[in-house]
Design a protein around this ligand. Structure first.
Ligand code: NCD
Ligand code: ZN
Length: 333
């Protein structure tokens, strides 16, 4: 059996720089037509010059695959001139509250103070992508941020606000209430709960921000994804860290899913008899939210078992050493 997806899109991806970029970029570039690339490098991507150089490095690392990096700027109080100059080169601006996740130092510390810049983004029709977590108790951080999303959705009705990597049923309910809200959901938050991370032996490779939540949250996210709920987009949040930063006291947050995303999504949708809605979830919903047409790129998966490697370079992937039922057909390039 075979399934072909048309221009699958990963709407939230970490590619890093240097040797890590060389390892991970071809994996996403083989399977996806385009991806929204996160700007949380060290230092973050805050200038057009750095953004264009990073884009060039990604395109080079993605060779020989056809792959469109959709670039983001790290949120700051940019002036109108710099946003106008950046606009043709970006898909959005990514806002991180200061210190909530990997490489988010220098993010926003006063959420009220950003509103003039949000007004500017709204006027320039530049989407705002948000890591929506408070600094509260780890399981409540997303829930505590929802009123912020709601305030912005009301105050900036023409601004597209993307709630990145949502993990709770509450976020899904908010999504339904405001047409200017959109959201991404990861593969791992459709599959795991906090029990998989810390319910038995501690599993550092499943530790990420936002932390995986309760079974009822996962059920709600899965139901929404399988239904290809409008404005809910696939965004992997694939976030590679070297094994010595994961298997460590002080484990870095991030799950590296890039090489197994499409096989696991096809398997998940097939098991729930929802394969006909996978195209909308991995591509069409994002096209509608962002109003863009990706380059044509058919990606075919075949029902054929393969074993996920233990490592890609220095990184341990999601489902390492496990056997998957679907394989991406390697394109002739
Ligand atoms: C991401 C990373 O490693 O850059 N980590 C994560 O746990 N998801 C950052 C992020 O998206 O929060
Ligand atoms: Zn991320």
């Amino acid at each position: 059996m075979e399934i072909t997806l048309h221009a699958p899109l990963d709407m939230h991806l970490h590619l890093r720089e240097g040797a890590m970029l060389q390892t991970v970029a071809p994996l996403s570039a083989r399977d996806f037509a385009a991806a929204v690339v996160m700007p949380n490098l060290v230092p973050p991507v805050t200038s057009l010059e750095r953004l264009l150089a990073y884009r060039e490095a990604i395109v080079a690392a993605a060779q020989p695959h056809q792959f469109l990096p959709l670039m983001t700027l790290f949120f700051q109080d940019y002036d109108e001139a710099s946003l106008r100059a950046a606009r043709p080169h970006i898909i959005g601006v990514k806002l991180y509250p200061d210190g909530v996740t990997t490489n988010s130092a220098g993010g926003v510390s006063d959420l009220a103070a950003v509103e003039p810049t949000l007004a500017l983004l709204e006027r320039l029709a530049i989407p705002l992508l948000v890591h929506g977590e408070s600094h509260g108790f780890v399981l409540d951080r997303e829930a505590e941020f929802l009123p912020v999303y709601e305030r912005w959705a009301q105050r900036f009705p023409q601004l597209t606000i993307v709630m990145e990597h949502i993990t709770t049923a509450g976020a899904l309910q908010l999504l339904q209430r405001y047409p200017n809200l959109a959201a991404t959901v990861t593969l791992h938050h459709l599959l795991i709960t906090l029990d998989d991370v810390a319910g038995g032996l501690l599993c550092p490779h499943l530790f990420c921000k936002p932390i995986a939540k309760r079974p009822e949250d996962r059920e709600a996210l899965l139901a929404a994804a399988l239904a290809a709920q409008p404005r809910l987009m696939f965004g992997s949040d694939s976030a590679p860290h070297p094994v010595d930063r994961k298997e460590a006291a002080g484990c870095a947050a991030g799950v590296f899913t890039a090489p197994v995303i499409l096989p696991l999504l096809v398997d998940l949708f097939a098991r729930h008899h929802a394969l006909e809605r996978l195209q909308a979830f991995v591509s069409d919903n994002a096209r509608a939210v962002y109003g863009f047409t990706p380059p044509a790129k058919p990606v075919t998966l075949r029902q054929e078992a393969w074993q996920v490697p233990a490592r890609y370079g220095t990184v341990v992937p999601f489902y390492a050493n496990q056997t998957l039922a679907w394989r991406v057909e390697v394109p002739r390039v």
